[in-house]
Design a protein around this ligand. Structure first.
Ligand code: NAP
Length: 286
């Protein structure tokens, strides 16, 4: 079997066109959606992500502001900026690029963001809403994966899904969204004992581990749907995921490549969340 390659770039483009159309409708109503992107320090990966987010804003007609702060910025200074952005009327969404320098508490900074402007959906209030299923903002990467399932007509209901990884950013919310769509979910992590057995008996696998070629061909069953969230660099410095693509694509029914799979979807979902924030803050339903 040769897998259908899930095209995250094409799906993203389609969704971004929809966001642009809605942003244009909003602007006819006199509302301009705005996103503030905050970056502290000069981590090159963070800089690339921030640049891509700004580019996506321009593509979707979203106004964006960048706040690039030096590495030695204090926690108080960053909190003061968040406070200012919380009150800024032309800003509907606030994104603080993680990771932050070690001397700044990420938890404190996330907690300081007004939950109505928390377009990353990391604030505990939004995390709680994801648990109950009554959410405004979906966490961007898991939401991007769900959008890919929808685009490719992959019905997760009643399926056995394994999520590898239990981070607050990917693994846990991913599991929750699959559960909301009636999948039977197993969350695997570094202490999981019978991981190969679990993966082999899964219809859907979402890998969010952060290790090159973690998921091998002999760990998946024929016809399995494989989503690779990982973003790693191999020995040659090339971007790669958590899945041994060469081996797994021979057995899977659907597979996401890296790059060009989940990555572009994450930023696209951030655009959708910013649009949603602007609508909610202006009591507009489009
Ligand atoms: P993370 O916080 O480091 O979490 C990694 C998870 O993998 C942990 O839960 C860990 O288990 C688990 N793990 C590690 N070794 C394992 C093993 N041998 N067997 C089973 N589970 C194991 O990473 P993250 O933030 O979730 O990110 C995961 C990957 O996704 C990274 O490559 C990251 O760059 C990428 N990512 C991509 C996007 C995107 O837009 N595509 C967005 C976010 C992240 P323990 O909890 O037991 O330690």
């Amino acid at each position: 079997m040769s897998a259908v390659i899930i095209d995250g770039k094409a799906t993203s483009k389609k969704i971004r066109e929809g966001v642009l159309a809605d942003i244009n409708k909003l602007s006819e109503l006199g509302v301009k959606a705005g996103l503030a992107v905050v970056i502290v320090g000069d981590n090159p990966a963070s800089r690339t992500y921030v640049n891509n987010k700004k580019k996506a804003c321009a593509e979707c007609g979203i106004y964006s502001e960048e706040y690039a702060l030096p590495e030695e910025t204090t926690e108080e200074e960053l909190l003061a900026l968040i406070d200012k952005l919380n009150k800024k009327e032309d800003i509907n969404g606030i994104l603080v690029q993680l990771p932050l320098p070690k001397h700044i508490s990420e938890d404190k900074v996330i907690a300081a963001i007004n939950p109505d402007k928390d377009v990353d959906a990391f604030h505990v209030q939004n995390v709680g809403k994801i648990m109950t299923g009554d959410f405004d903002f979906l966490p961007c990467t898991p939401a991007g994966v769900m959008a890919l399932f929808e685009e490719y007509g992959i019905d997760v209901s009643g399926k056995r899904a394994a999520v590898i990884g239990r981070s607050n950013i990917v693994g846990k919310p991913m599991s929750m969204l699959l559960l909301h769509k009636n999948a039977t979910v197993t969350i695997c992590h570094s202490r999981t004992k019978n991981i190969e057995e679990i993966l082999k008996s899964s219809d859907i696998i979402v890998a969010a581990v952060g290790r090159e070629a973690f998921l091998k061909g002999d760990m998946v069953s024929e016809g399995c749907v494989v989503i690779d969230v990982g973003i790693n660099r191999n020995a040659e410095g090339k971007l790669c995921g958590d899945v041994d693509y060469e081996e797994v694509s021979k057995k899977a029914s659907f597979i996401t490549p890296v790059p060009g799979g989940v990555g572009p979807m994450t930023i696209t979902m951030l655009m959708k969340n910013t649009l949603k924030a602007a609508c909610l803050q202006n009591n507009i339903n489009i």
